[in-house]
Design a protein around this ligand. Structure first.
Ligand code: SAM
Length: 285
């Protein structure tokens, strides 16, 4: 058994998060500030999202004071205009927040350009490892009266998508990639399932560099978010994991390199809200 607790060196976001344990041959990875066996992380992450699924959307509003909506709207805006018939996969799509925005934007765009007819319709596959999150998403889709023939759902691991090579024009992942056990595997899969010319877009919590803002942000994250999780969702631990996992995620520059290592080209990133989140993008050439 190998479980070591948080130490300062391993809290460096540029530190490779997949390590070889000294006492066992199995790889260890970060789960927030804990180091756990790679084989244990998926189950732990699964529990987190199973616990938060029913309160997930409410908690996003509470924790970010609604700002997550602005980030997501901006993220989706960056994809447009999209040619009719674009095939999209939204990985770690959870309760559908990104996919629903894309769908509504596609409908607005089609109206504007007077594009109609199912043959020209784009498609969005919402994929997530957690069925509980997808179930909440499906319920939301029907409440929102969304055009369901453009949406489909898949319960799958981002590191091992049961999908053919070169199948999608656009791959999106929002607030998901930091939860996967091996980020590089998810990036390899993104590259594999995209068609040549396809685009990768990732929205993720990142790192605030301004020392003063960082201090305020850290205080808010560690002192306020877990208590909010307890009050609104009866779950301190999941929200503690959330803030820790953000600190463990690679820096903007290191993540850009990882995307390039997966084969993507023209990789760049943009910080939003001083780096609280960033958008990374790249193309499969
Ligand atoms: C913070 S939520 C983000 C949901 C949605 N993209 C959004 O922006 O609201 C993270 C999602 O990642 C999913 N996830 C975690 N590990 C995953 C994996 N290995 N493969 C696919 N999805 C995963 C979780 O189940 C959860 O739904």
């Amino acid at each position: 058994m190998h479980v070591s607790s948080y130490n300062k060196a391993s809290n460096d976001p540029n530190f490779e998060n997949v390590n070889s344990s000294t006492t066992s041959k199995e790889k260890t990875v970060d789960f927030g500030f804990q180091t756990v066996l790679a084989s244990e992380k998926a189950e732990k992450v699964h529990k987190v999202f199973e616990n938060v699924a029913s309160k997930y959307d409410l908690m996003n509003d509470v924790m970010s004071v609604g700002i997550h909506r602005i980030w997501k709207d901006y993220f989706v805006k960056k994809m447009f205009p999209l040619p009719p018939g674009t095939s999209i996969i939204d990985v770690a799509g959870g309760t559908g927040d990104i996919a629903f925005r894309m769908l509504q934007s596609i409908e607005r765009q089609n109206k504007h350009f007077d594009v109609s007819g199912t043959e020209k319709n784009s498609s969005i596959l919402i994929s997530d490892i957690n069925q509980a999150m997808l179930d909440v998403g499906k319920e939301r889709a029907s409440k929102m009266n969304l055009q369901s023939d453009m949406l489909s759902w898949l319960c799958a691991d981002a590191q091992q998508l049961p999908l053919a090579d070169n199948s999608f024009d656009l791959y999106t992942i929002a607030f998901g990639i930091r939860n996967v056990t091996e980020i590089s595997k998810a990036l390899d899969e993104a590259y594999r399932v995209l068609r040549p010319g396809g685009r990768f877009l990732c929205l993720e919590f990142s790192h605030v560099n301004n020392p003063l803002l960082k201090q305020v942000y850290d205080t808010y994250s560690f002192q306020i978010i877990p208590p909010l999780g307890e009050v609104f969702a009866g779950d301190w631990k999941s929200y503690q994991y959330l803030v820790e996992s953000i600190r463990k995620f690679p820096t903007q520059d290191r993540f850009k390199e990882m995307i390039e290592e997966a084969g993507f080209r023209s990789v760049k990133y943009e910080n939003l809200s001083f780096g609280v989140v960033s958008i990374h993008s790249g193309y499969k050439i």
